[in-house]
Ligand binder design. Structure first.
Ligand code: F6R
Length: 359
């Protein structure tokens, strides 16, 4: 039940710190070492390349997964829309492993790719929130996202669980194949800080609602921009906002805007800028100036170390690679309040169903 929450979406956003703590307990031991079945780690370790297939929000979690697997396991990773791969199968390495990310485990587009993988004897691993779902049963192996039932159509806690589980798998795989970054990746601390960070964001939800009312509600369109790991986050943030508020929103790699799309910036166009990447933080500030010069109303979200005085939302410091776990909560709350304060049915946006079982 929704309990005291007006909508499931807000309930599920607020459950995320708990989901992170549960995943830490469920998949890590006392020393923070991943506890994943040897059979699964051996299967991952035998692959020369990982291919992640998913749709929508789960695809966006896959884009973050690519960064995690390449950084902490050193294994080249590709991410594709299941709907495209099903009929235009990508060129494969010698020893591919397919990872399916799916909250529901029933997405038809992903099932088509899995069937093709089975035909070609390609091993597969499904990460899903529904352990007895089709994608879980038909893949070589599966792992549970442990996020608890997700009722709102817009996916929130399944996304954070997918990223958390990808981080655990990246560390487990990296350690198995002797990657130095994997050993040094202190997941236990990082998860604790991410859970606290998500909690802090949730406790600042009134401020996020005010920003949504001032900048998003009056607008028909909006942009999220980011670089590095903030780019896939910008894609997810944009999907969430447009999906539930009907404000047309695009997520952009910040520097790409000036290669064409900046022509859409007008006086008052909301641009939400994500600044978590230390390598590109200064460049982000430059990209922000570019849109301000064209009249954009900019909202900045920055991690503490990279923040400047007038940033709108300052996020507590956590491992760069897990910053999506905290920043996404801000984006989810922007989407939630933009929808709710427009009087929309937050949990059931028009034209959508929770699980997409047609191709
Ligand atoms: C967006 C959303 C969808 C799903 C997509 C995949 O909020 O919920 O984009 O992420 O339909 O669904 P699953 O993860 O069930 O395969």
């Amino acid at each position: 039940s929704k309990g005291t929450y007006e909508f499931y979406m807000l309930k599920e956003i607020c459950e995320q710190p708990g989901v992170l703590r549960h995943l830490e307990q469920f998949y890590l031991d006392q020393n923070g070492e991943p506890q994943i079945k040897a059979k699964i780690i051996d299967m991952l370790a035998a692959a020369d390349r990982l291919y992640i297939f998913a749709a929508g929000t789960s695809y966006h979690a896959g884009l973050v997964g690519k960064v995690l697997f390449e950084k902490f396991a050193g294994v080249p990773t590709e991410v594709g829309f299941a709907s495209e791969a099903g009929y235009h199968f990508p060129m494969m390495s010698k020893h591919p492993l397919f990872i399916f990310l799916s909250q529901s485990g029933e997405t038809a587009d992903s099932r088509v790719v899995l069937q093709e993988a089975i035909k070609r004897n390609i091993p597969s691993l499904t990460l899903t929130n529904v352990p007895n779902s089709t994608l879980a049963r038909e893949a070589t192996a599966s792992l549970s996202l442990e996020a608890g039932p997700e009722i709102a159509v817009a996916s929130t806690k399944a996304y954070t669980a997918q990223i958390a589980l990808e981080a655990i798998l990246a560390k487990a795989l990296g350690e198995k194949i002797g990657n130095e970054n994997a050993r040094a990746f202190d997941l236990k601390t990082a998860f604790a800080l991410a859970a606290e960070g998500a909690e802090q964001v949730i406790s600042s939800k009134e401020k996020i609602e005010q920003l949504a009312q001032k900048f998003l509600l009056p607008s028909r369109n909006a942009f999220y921009i980011g670089r590095g790991i903030d780019y896939p986050l910008a894609l997810e943030a944009a999907l969430k906002l447009k999906e539930v508020s009907y404000i047309q929103t695009e997520g952009f790699a910040a520097a790409e805007l000036k290669h064409g799309t900046i022509s859409l910036i007008e006086k008052g166009t909301p641009v939400i800028a994500l600044i978590n990447d230390p390598l590109t933080a200064d460049l982000m500030r430059g990209n922000i100036q570019e849109v301000i010069a064209r009249g954009a109303s900019v909202i900045t979200i920055a991690s503490k170390k990279l923040a400047v005085d007038d940033d709108d939302i300052v996020l507590p410091e956590i491992n760069y690679y897990l910053t999506p776990l905290v920043s996404v909560v801000v984006a989810q709350l922007f989407a939630y309040y933009a929808s709710k304060d427009k009087g929309l049915d937050v949990d059931k946006p028009r034209n959508l169903a929770k699980s997409v079982t047609v191709e």
